[in-house]
Structures are given as structure tokens and as C-alpha cells.
Design a protein. Structure first.
Length: 291
């Protein structure tokens, strides 16, 4: 019994309650066990006073335009980060360097313009990445996801992408779901390798009916299987400028070789003829001397 006559267990409960009430929580956000939810609070900046043991942080539907790498790095145990429907721009390189345990990252409905190797290269545990609905996203570097080998779900739907290098996604050993719908795909011969990979891959493509060509005009709105058939025909029979140059060079070499061969044959024939004539003259002279 405590001096006040209360059991020690009750005192312990009170202490725990006081301690829990003293845990900080960002203004206008709600905090539960290991979770901070700031959805739809019109936040202009990344919230302060986030508990350091937070595992799940939801910043959806705000006006945040910048994620401070230093403040994020304090949340070393963070595994789930939802930043959809904000104003995040193109400079996200090295932003996530301090949250290497992150498994889920949602950056959809923002203003991303590009993804480089430095954007997500430190997220070695990343499994789900959503960067869809970024209409200004026009470039994803070839090796952008080279370090994200655990990535299973990648969504780049409804962006400004016109091209995606095949190796960017083909080299992800655990990829199972890839969103590509409603993009501005330029279905030319350079894109044929990617389309062929899509047709042969075991990866699932949600909303596949809306994965269509945007350019050229002759293939607009054509779905990928039909586009592959047309591109196979046109790209495998089409000759480009360099092909014509190569054929011209081969033709010139053949012509030159033929000319040289004919000249050598002519020289040899002349030498042989001269040698034969000289031999006949010598025989005639010998016959005259004998007579």
C-alpha cells in the first residue's frame, strides 16, 4: 500500500496516464498509438512535435509543398507515409535519406516533375510506391528504382510520362503490380521493347484497358496488344536513315571489291599473255637457229 492508502498498481496506472498525456501531438492532428493523422487540416508546412516513435504518418489532403529531410530523419521508425493530395514539387532528391525503414509511400496527386536515382535510392525496404496523378511528371530515370528491390506495387498512372525504359521495371525482382493507365505513351519503335516486356511479363497491370497510345496520331487510343502487332510489323520492316547509309556503304564496298578484282584479273591476264607471247617468240627463235 502507498502512504496515501492506495495500492501501488493504481499509482502506476496514474503515472502512465500522466505520461501518456504529456506525449506531444502536432496541432490540428490526432495521435494514437504510433500513428499521427493530419488529414485535411489545411497544413501549409510539415507539422512539428511529431512523436519520435511514430510508425504511421498521414498528411493527406493538405497544402504541404516541402518535406524537410532533417525533420523526417528524426522519425527513424517510420514505415508508412501518406502525402497524397499536397503540393510537393520536383525537388525530392535525398528527402527520404533518414527514413530507410519506410515500406509504404504515397505521393500521388502532387506536382512531381521527375524521379531520379537519388529520389528513392535510400528506401531499401520500400514495398508500395504510389506516384500516380502527378500530371507534370514527365521523366523517370532509367535507374530510378535500382535500389528498391523489394518494390511490389508501383503506380505511375495518370502522369505526363511518354516513355519508360524497360530496365527501369524489368529489373525489379519482386514487382507484382504496375499501374500505367491514362499516360501519354509515345508508341514508336523505341517503345516496342517495353510493350513486348508488358505482354510477356507476369506483372499485373490494373486498368489495362486504359493503357493506350497517345502518339503518333495513327495509333492514338490503341490498346497495347494492338499497338504491339502494328509496331512489330512497321518497326521490323522499316529502314531508317542509318540503315540506308549502311546499305550504301556495303554496296560501295562490294562495288569497290568487284572493281579491284576485275582490275587484278585484267593485270594477271595481261601478264600471262605477255609471258605466253614471250615464250612463243623464244621457241620460234630456237627453231630458226636449229634450221
Amino acid at each position: 500500500m502507498s502512504p496515501s492508502g492506495r495500492p501501488w498498481s493504481l499509482s502506476l496506472v496514474l503515472l502512465l496516464k500522466i505520461a501518456s498525456e504529456g506525449i506531444s501531438c502536432p496541432s490540428r492532428c490526432s495521435c494514437q498509438y504510433l500513428e499521427v493523422n493530419c488529414t485535411g487540416q489545411q497544413l501549409q508546412e510539415f507539422p512539428v512535435d511529431i512523436p519520435l516513435d511514430t510508425r504511421q504518418l498521414i498528411l493527406a489532403a493538405n497544402n504541404v509543398s516541402y518535406l524537410p529531410p532533417v525533420e523526417l530523419s528524426f522519425l527513424a521508425d517510420l514505415v508508412y507515409l501518406d502525402c497524397r493530395k499536397n503540393l510537393l514539387g520536383d525537388d525530392l532528391d535525398f528527402t527520404f535519406i533518414g527514413v530507410a525503414r519506410l515500406v509504404y509511400l504515397d505521393l500521388s496527386f502532387n506536382n512531381l516533375t521527375q524521379v531520379t536515382f537519388s529520389t528513392f535510392s535510400h528506401l531499401l525496404s520500400l514495398v508500395v510506391l504510389k506516384i500516380s496523378d502527378n500530371p507534370n511528371l514527365v521523366a523517370i530515370e532509367k535507374d530510378a528504382f535500382a535500389n528498391n528491390t523489394w518494390l511490389r506495387h508501383l503506380d505511375v498512372s495518370r502522369t505526363g510520362l511518354t516513355f519508360l525504359d524497360t530496365s527501369t521495371v524489368r529489373d525489379l525482382p519482386n514487382l507484382r503490380l504496375l499501374g500505367l493507365s491514362d499516360n501519354l505513351w509515345h508508341c514508336n519503335c523505341s517503345f516496342l521493347d517495353f510493350i513486348t516486356w508488358m505482354m510477356e511479363s507476369d506483372v499485373h497491370f490494373p486498368d489495362a484497358d486504359n493503357i493506350t497510345c497517345y502518339t503518333p496520331a495513327g495509333l492514338r487510343a490503341l490498346r497495347i496488344p494492338a499497338a504491339e502487332a502494328q509496331l512489330h510489323f512497321s518497326c521490323l520492316t522499316q529502314l531508317y536513315k542509318q540503315d540506308y547509309l549502311f546499305l550504301c556503304l556495303v554496296g560501295f564496298c562490294i562495288f569497290l571489291a568487284g572493281t579491284m578484282a576485275a582490275w587484278l584479273a585484267g593485270v594477271c591476264a595481261v601478264i600471262y599473255e605477255a609471258h605466253a607471247s614471250k615464250g612463243e617468240e623464244e621457241e620460234e627463235e630456237e627453231e630458226e637457229d636449229t634450221a
